[in-house]
Design a binder for this molecule. Structure first.
Ligand SMILES: [Zn+2]
Ligand SMILES: [Zn+2]
Length: 455
């Protein structure tokens, strides 16, 4: 034995198992990596594959437009790199990607589930159906209205899988959803190592048998998961970005089932699953109907804002919320318009503030609204899902804008009345003309209520 006394660092195995990782980005020492390569614990592949056609071996991008040739200082040759996954560190022709094929991480089979909640009849039924599908290694679609308690009814399935020694991933297109789910799963599975992966996530120790990740982060995994759950499966950009759908496929093992979870399933998902492996919950967990949006015209609202005025109907709505001491969200179609409007609202109440996608403090601001330190938030669609605030009242400004498609509007309406104590609330679509999408959102909500509460 050449390397007598050298032992495989468990942390290295725990990290690399299931991942496809740039050699020069490994968080472990060059020496450790070298020894492991000598042990043949890594399968090493080239970053960019040229035959039979160009393909990035990390993100599986094959679009010729997404590759660039450059003079590489590292290999001193002409190299090609993948632009598609560039933000995760450059993968080029001379890049080596590491795939772990060494001994498997130690899997714990004891994962106590500490959740004392009670399922409604509908939740219990759906939870059983999903569990049956997972046991049969069959993919499944769970469609359930906003506030139906989708997360909790995944607990039995996740619990079962973990205790089988399986590795589970819950992926979602949105960082906010990862941040919202993480503490809830930690609380339910206090003895399970869970990692939350998103852009800028802190380093996390140990072998995570349960991973919560943005779909983007899945580019960095390969055949890693025995069970894949895609939450908010219809959210932007997942449905529009085929590479993210491929990432989900690549990150899971070939025969691993996928559970799609959403309040607003696409026609495509419904078509695929409705007749074989499908659960539907038309009702909220607290057994009150969904608040139905009302439409109110707000003609030429942009002009009002640009002239330094809040349109009267919207002003009146906001003042009512302030008088009633109700927390509120006002959705805007564009960041620029929201920024013009912000000081006008702050003149009504100085605590009113804004959040948008690039806002580093958006988590804190939502928390402030929840803790009543802030009276209301102006926001873009970034808060359309994943957030729950007791007694929140919601207005959409410019509901006719193309960014507010039917799913987005249903999700936004779904923020209202989630708490059993405050099961009602106002959801108003302020508009400059009613769109098909607005009508569709309203009709669907009415249909869910009809199915949930048959006369
Ligand atoms: Zn790539
Ligand atoms: Zn190179």
């Amino acid at each position: 034995m050449k390397y007598r006394g050298w032992l495989l660092p468990p942390a290295l195995r725990d990290f690399h198992e299931g991942r496809i990782w740039l050699k020069e980005h490994s968080p472990f020492t060059k020496d450790d990596i070298k020894r492991i390569i000598e042990c043949n614990y890594f399968h090493i592949i080239e970053g960019i594959q040229k035959e039979p056609h160009l393909k990035c071996n990390r993100c599986h991008n094959q679009d010729p437009q997404q590759f660039t040739t450059f003079d590489c200082s590292k290999c001193e040759q002409s190299c090609i790199y993948c632009r598609h996954c560039l933000h995760m560190g450059r993968v080029s022709s001379c890049t080596e990607l590491l795939i772990w094929i060494g001994p498997r991480a130690f899997r714990i089979k004891k994962h106590p589930l500490e959740w004392a909640g009670q399922f409604t009849v509908l939740q219990q039924q759906a939870a059983n159906e999903i569990l049956e599908s997972i046991k049969a290694k069959r993919s499944h679609l769970l469609a359930a209205v906003c506030g139906a308690g989708k997360t909790e009814l995944l607990f039995p399935s996740v619990h079962y899988a973990l205790e089988q020694g399986l590795r589970v991933c819950i992926a979602t297109p949105r960082t906010d959803v990862v941040l919202e789910l993480f503490p809830r799963f930690q609380k339910a599975f206090p003895r399970t190592i869970i990692h939350a992966l998103y852009g800028g996530a802190p380093k996390q120790e140990g072998y995570a048998q349960l991973i919560l990740a943005t779909t983007h982060q899945l580019y960095r995994f390969e055949q890693a998961f025995d069970v894949m759950i895609v939450d908010e499966a219809d959210a932007f950009p997942y449905t529009f970005d085929e590479t993210l759908q491929r990432a989900v496929k690549k990150a899971k093992k070939k025969d691993a089932p996928v559970v799609f979870v959403t309040a607003t399933p696409s026609q495509k998902l419904l078509y695929q699953y409705q007749n074989n492996s499908y659960s539907f919950i038309p009702k909220r967990y607290h057994n009150y109907p969904l608040p139905v949006p009302r439409f109110r015209s707000l003609w030429r609202y942009e002009k009002y804002f640009k002239r330094g005025k809040i349109p009267p109907k919207l002003k009146q709505w906001t003042e009512e919320r302030l008088v009633q001491k109700e927390p509120f969200l006002i959705f805007f179609p564009k960041v620029e318009l929201m920024k013009i409007a912000a000081p006008l609202f702050q003149a009504l109440d100085a605590s009113i503030t804004t959040v948008h996608a690039e806002d580093p403090e958006r988590k804190e601001k939502v928390l402030k609204l929840r803790n009543e330190e802030v009276r209301g938030l102006l926001t873009t669609t970034i808060l359309e899902r994943g957030i729950t605030i007791k007694n929140v009242q919601v207005a959409v400004v410019g509901a006719e804008s193309t960014i507010f498609n039917s799913s987005a509007l249903i999700q936004i309406a779904g923020r209202v009345g989630r708490n059993a104590e405050f099961a009602e609330g106002d959801i108003v679509f302020f508009h400059h003309g009613i769109t098909v999408e607005m009508d569709d959102a309203r009709t669907k909500i009415l249909t869910y209520n009809m199915k949930g509460f048959p006369q």
